[in-house]
Design a protein around this ligand. Structure first.
Ligand SMILES: Cc1cc2nc3c(=O)[nH]c(=O)nc-3n(C[C@H](O)[C@H](O)[C@H](O)COP(=O)(O)OP(=O)(O)OC[C@H]3O[C@@H](n4cnc5c(N)ncnc54)[C@H](O)[C@@H]3O)c2cc1C
Length: 386
């Protein structure tokens, strides 16, 4: 087994916190990764996966078990005519190894003139982790392009191909985040080859812009299409202004990106909140059975319903209006709210994981006290509780 000397998780995570784990393995190929994981799992000890470390907050004590590092690389173009999943002409099908850095993939596809993930430029981390929380930004999400994953199932020890619709991809979540244990070995993406269109219209255009702020920055209307490379550059600039592009020289980016997800509550409950709070209605959900809303959203029981209009709320607004400003930190702590964006908690340098947890608890408490909403953390917490 390719055991490696364990190093502190602070050196492998973008939050720069976390102690030394008991053991660590890393392998270079997909098959080695399968073999190595099966050995680790047969030990019946604790294990965790770590790829880019950009959505993991690891505790100061490290980790008692084995960290399986995901470092496999490679992008393969599949024959789109041979698969039933490819629905349209000009389709490009890619199979990408789990350890491939996501933003390098985006840069590559944009350079090739392949549209579909350009608005997801600048998101750190790996391709294998992308389905875990269905990464999304600026009007695109992975679910728009994901066809399938190759998955090593922890329960069966088998490698299976799971299509995207079996993954329950939703806003910053998936079956993988909700308890389906195993390893994403590779992802398959369907993109749009713009070459034929470009020869007609004379420009390499991205997908229609779906996000108002991005459309504004580009000087176009929502629904318009813009040169693929311009979308990437504009997204990167917007993200950098918010500290959402990793920068070793800028501690506002030493984070896990957004620390809290935008809460989803019933429309009924949302009506009791200040009208200035930005909100986005979601499609009406018709559950198979009546569910007590408090289980899901912490908003109090709503008995006897069979149809719920849901609304997504701005977590950043809730935090700011609970009196927590950009740059805020607790006395004596190196953990701070980003000076560029209230939704990101950051490490100003030398913060402990516990200091980050303390700050998160403080933010949670203030928002709960002022608005009665329990914000949910977006990153995966290892050896830490809020
Ligand atoms: C500055 C910054 C900006 C960000 N902006 C965004 C954004 O705009 N949108 C967004 O959605 N996210 C954003 N994120 C969060 C993060 O980049 C993504 O969640 C990313 O997909 C995490 O990838 P990773 O490889 O770093 O995951 P890791 O932190 O290594 O792992 C995260 C989780 O995924 C699991 N995992 C990792 N690899 C695999 C695998 N191969 N198979 C199964 N499970 C796996 C791990 O077990 C862990 O539970 C941002 C983070 C930072 C630091």
């Amino acid at each position: 087994m390719p055991m490696i000397e364990p190093v502190a998780l602070s050196t492998l995570t973008t939050f720069r916190v976390g102690g030394v784990p008991a053991a660590m393995v890393a392998s270079q190929t997909e098959q080695e990764l399968v073999d190595e994981a099966l050995v680790v799992w047969s030990l019946d000890e604790d294990w965790m996966l770590l790829a880019g470390g950009s959505n993991t907050v690891a505790g100061d004590e490290g980790f008692e078990g084995t960290v399986i590092r995901i470092v496999t690389r490679g992008i393969e173009r599949l024959d789109a005519t041979q698969t039933a999943d490819a629905s349209a002409p000009d389709t490009v099908l890619l199979r990408v190894q789990a350890g491939e850095p996501w933003d390098e993939l985006v840069a590559y596809t944009v350079a090739q003139g392949w549209a579909g993930i350009e608005a997801l430029s600048g998101i750190p981390g790996s391709c294998g982790a992308a389905p875990v929380q269905n990464i999304g930004a600026y009007g695109q999400e992975l679910a728009d392009s994901l066809v399938a994953i190759s998955f090593l199932d922890y329960e069966t020890g088998e490698v299976v191909r799971l299509t995207a619709d079996a993954l329950g991809l939703d806003y910053r979540t998936s079956a993988l985040k909700r308890g389906l244990r195993g390893i994403v070995l590779a992802i398959e993406l369907e993109l749009h080859d713009t070459e034929r269109e470009a020869s007609v219209v004379g420009a390499v255009l991205g997908q229609p812009i779906h996000y108002g702020q991005l459309a504004g920055a580009l000087g176009v209307q929502v629904g318009d299409r813009v040169a693929l490379s311009t979308v990437r550059e504009t997204v990167l600039a917007l993200r950098a202004a918010k500290g959402m592009v990793l920068d070793a020289a800028d501690s506002d980016t030493w984070s896990a990106g957004s620390f809290f997800t935008n809460p989803i509550v019933s429309e009924n409950f949302a009506r009791s909140l200040p009208t200035a709070l930005p909100r986005w209605p979601l499609a009406v959900e018709v559950p198979d059975r009546v569910i007590p809303l408090d289980d899901y959203f912490g908003v109090g029981p709503v008995p006897g319903i069979d149809q719920v209009q849901l609304v997504k709320l701005s977590a950043a607004w809730l935090i700011e209006n609970a009196g927590i400003r950009r740059g805020f930190s607790l006395p004596g702590s190196q953990a701070a709210v980003s000076s560029k964006h209230t939704l990101a908690l950051t490490n100003r340098g030398g913060a402990s994981a516990e200091q980050i947890a303390e700050l998160a608890r403080y933010v949670l408490g203030r928002v709960q006290a002022d608005f009665g909403i329990n914000l949910q953390p977006e990153p995966v917490l290892v050896g830490l509780t809020l």
